[in-house]
Design a protein around this ligand. Structure first.
Ligand SMILES: Cc1cc2nc3c(=O)[nH]c(=O)nc-3n(C[C@H](O)[C@H](O)[C@H](O)COP(=O)(O)OP(=O)(O)OC[C@H]3O[C@@H](n4cnc5c(N)ncnc54)[C@H](O)[C@@H]3O)c2cc1C
Length: 445
């Protein structure tokens, strides 16, 4: 029985649990603390706000504090930050940021949905105001405001992670000159080289300057110092990935795992009785390698929080793990991946082969057919699919979901070739690119 649940974090990892708890525990008191100004927002929509495709931040809000109060009787407190957790006393220390006062709040269950933070390497000048990371809606609003205030014309994106690249494209759409500085030989390091290279070329075609095999050494006002000289910029965006925001959990004595993410079991329980975690702050398990991973995605956060909510409300639910299925759009290219890349398969100890095919999004003779490339990573001796990646024109990337299902079901490439998939010329060739890729992989193994 839950008397009082305190949720820390007002976005997906925290709030998706609220309605589940309410269903299971109609009389529970639920208090949600959010240090920012918004609840349940789409951080995934931030690049479209920065690019001007969406002009009002309010459009990105799925549910406001009042919606939670009305529908699920949640006592939502925005601009309230949890600054410490005392597990022995079962109390959270809360800072009311508007009234500048601190109080203690008792709980019998606590759900941590504190999210992630953009990775900030320890470089000279990293804390200068023109260096931004973007995770929350407050970050995004601050970024857009800063860009307008300084009449920004040049942006440097440090690191070729997908968030950095989406925002790079967004600034290009606003007419700004954007430079991406990447340490590796291509952007999007979670992809294999042939696909990462295609994205790099597409960005260059769009007018984005991409500097590869270059390291950033530090920042001075208006200048980014790199191993290949200085770059001028009114604004810098960090695109080096997301780390779990787990300081509160660490200080409370909770067990941390890979990349300092909060360790949870399959029911989203942390190492402390009655304390739960969900979303970007916590660890998951890779369904292919079986290894613990930190995969900061909105899809994962929502599912984990739902599972936590059902369990807190007295029900039973488990979160099986992740494939890291992700999709994005850079310039004219759609990009998606699921499962393991070639490098990840090798690190996990698999003997694998990698095959690549070029195909089209529709029957080749259709006027709107666009090129698409599919890369598969397959276990050599069994033919089991371990991972898939897609880069291509409109209509290509959502096919990744077929591969995600196939990997989850433990299918071999032979079984994928036999799947009864749909066909008509406006949608694919008579062999869908998914199956063309599987046929090529069979040849390789
Ligand atoms: C630009 C961008 C694009 C993205 N695109 C996609 C996409 O296309 N697809 C996808 O699946 N995922 C995407 N993501 C990732 C997705 O947004 C995150 O995985 C998701 O928001 C995680 O939800 P969360 O609730 O765990 O964390 P967050 O969204 O980070 O929310 C955590 C909340 O907790 C609050 N908080 C933290 N500490 C405290 C505290 N001590 N007290 C009170 N409040 C606190 C924060 O203010 C924040 O509002 C994107 C992320 C970004 C930034």
């Amino acid at each position: 029985v839950v008397d009082r649940l305190v949720i820390v974090g007002g976005d997906a990892g925290g709030m998706a649990a609220a309605s589940q708890v309410r269903k299971g525990a109609p009389d529970a008191e639920i208090v949600a603390l959010e240090r920012g100004h918004w609840t349940s927002y789409s951080a995934c929509g931030i690049p479209y706000l920065v690019g001007g495709e969406i002009d009002d931040v309010e459009q990105l809000i799925a549910r406001r504090p009042q919606d939670f109060r009305d529908r699920d009787r949640v006592d939502v407190r925005i601009r309230h930050e949890a600054v410490a957790v005392d597990l022995a006393a079962r109390k959270v220390e809360v800072r009311d940021l508007e009234r500048d006062r601190t109080y203690r709040l008792g709980f019998d269950h606590l759900l941590l949905g504190t999210g992630g933070v953009p990775v900030r390497p320890n470089l000279a000048g990293i804390d200068l105001p023109f260096v931004h990371g973007v995770q929350t809606l407050d970050d995004a609003v601050h970024l857009v405001k800063h860009a307008q205030e300084v009449s920004c014309s040049r942006v440097v994106v440090v690191g070729g992670g997908y968030i950095g690249l989406e925002i790079a494209e967004a600034f290009t759409r606003r007419g700004l000159h954007v430079t991406v500085v990447e340490r590796n030989q291509y952007v999007l390091g979670l992809f294999d080289a042939p696909l990462g290279q295609r994205v790099t070329q597409a960005m260059r075609r769009e007018g984005i300057e991409v500097h590869l095999q270059v390291d950033v050494l530090g920042f001075r006002d208006g200048v980014v110092l790199t191993t290949q000289g200085e770059l001028e910029a009114e604004l810098v965006l960090l695109g080096l990935g997301v780390a779990p925001n787990s300081a509160l959990a660490r200080d409370a004595g909770l067990r941390l795992g890979v990349r300092d993410a909060v360790v949870v079991d399959r029911r989203q329980r942390t190492s402390a009785e009655g304390v739960w975690a969900a979303g970007d702050c916590c660890q998951s398990r890779n369904l292919v390698s079986g290894e613990p991973v930190h995969v900061p995605l909105g899809t994962v956060a929502n599912k984990q929080s739902r599972v936590a909510g059902i369990n807190i409300g007295g029900g039973y639910a488990t979160f099986p793990g992740v494939l890291g299925t992700a999709i994005s759009r850079f310039c004219a290219l759609e990009v998606a991946r699921t499962g393991l890349s070639t490098a990840e398969a090798a690190r996990a100890g698999f003997e694998s082969v990698t095959s690549v095919i070029d195909s089209t999004t529709q029957a080749g003779y259709m006027p709107d057919a666009e090129p698409m490339t599919v890369l598969l990573v397959v276990e050599r001796r069994t033919g089991r699919l371990l991972g898939a990646q897609i880069v291509g024109g409109a209509g290509s990337a959502k096919r990744i979901d077929t591969f995600a299902v196939a990997i989850t079901a433990g299918m071999t490439v032979e079984q994928i070739v036999q799947l009864d998939l749909a066909y008509a010329p406006p949608f694919s060739g008579v062999w869908d690119p998914v199956q063309v890729a599987a046929r090529e992989a069979i040849k390789q193994i």
